[in-house]
Design a protein around this ligand. Sequence first.
Ligand SMILES: C[S@@+](CC[C@H](N)C(=O)[O-])C[C@H]1O[C@@H](n2cnc3c(N)ncnc32)[C@H](O)[C@@H]1O
Length: 337
Amino acid sequence: MAEQNPSADLMRLVNGYQVSQAIHVVATLGIADLLTDGPRTSDDLAAVAEVHPRALYRVLRALAAVGVFREDEGGFFSLTPMGEGLRSDATGPVGPWAAFIGRPYYWQAWAHLRHSVRTGESAFPHVHGGADVWECRARHLEEGAIFDRAMTGLSRGVADALVSAYDFSRFGRVVDVAGGQGALLVAILAAHPGMHGVLFDQPHVVSGAGKVLRAAGVGDRCEVVGGSFFEAVPGGGDAYLLKAILHDWDDVGSTAILHACRRAMRPQAKLLVLERVIGLPNEGPDAKFSDLNMLVAPGGQERTGDEFATLFAAAGFRLGSVLPTGTRLSVIEGVPI
Ligand SMILES: C[S@@+](CC[C@H](N)C(=O)[O-])C[C@H]1O[C@@H](n2cnc3c(N)ncnc32)[C@H](O)[C@@H]1O
């Protein structure tokens, strides 16, 4: 058994930012896709990626030391099972998320976590002249596109498991509220050929979604609507999905979004919130660090089951079942009252 060394363990956590930024760089360069057909030298990879050969070698050997790549004699690198997750054709691609989280504008907000801890406020507007994440991405469309790809990657990673865990077949028409570019809706509609969908998000986010839906073979069963969930969401759905939405907002913003859904819903319709649920003390770092990510950037929070119940009640819903899905997300049902 490996000897325990709490100080070394602590140092590994402290230096985690170095690993994160190194993975961000190789994800941005598309290195994993270049290794799909087998090992290549770092010099070869550097030539294709048009970067400094020795510097890329140093990044790759560091990541090989933590198990992302494998380094062999002659400067050859290949993908480990972990590194396979950076390929763009991975079932749950992590590359788009890595390509997003290291972006300087986002990284800068994390550099000001202390501001959030001091004030309780999001650090993002503090470092971006008062603009929130959504304003910033609408202004800088390249950053918006990188973020949208990250969301699509995360959704692709959990979509099949969500479709298996929850019985969507009882619904004829599903509205995905702020559904990004449609990755979850594609999986649900593909699994249920009789079902229709509505993809709703900000106009600049859904502007290219029709193409994605058609390519996935569900375009004829899916309407695409642009708008703001603070104004109105499309009516006529049997189920209203909110995946990774409420965690972006504080209770005031979340209640406003839920009110908009409630106004659009018939009494028999179901609200399906897909979110992390904060678990017991000393467990579940994914939800608890995602909570910090929400504090720093969009100014939201992850919630406990009781906090969802309180939020729902404030917007005219009763908490139904909370179904774990074997992914980081649970399906949290809201029943209109
Ligand atoms: C964390 S992403 C989740 C996207 C998608 N549900 C998923 O899980 O992949 C949050 C989404 O909220 C959308 N959004 C932000 N503000 C919005 C608004 N006022 N009205 C509609 N959508 C909005 C963003 O464009 C983004 O797609």
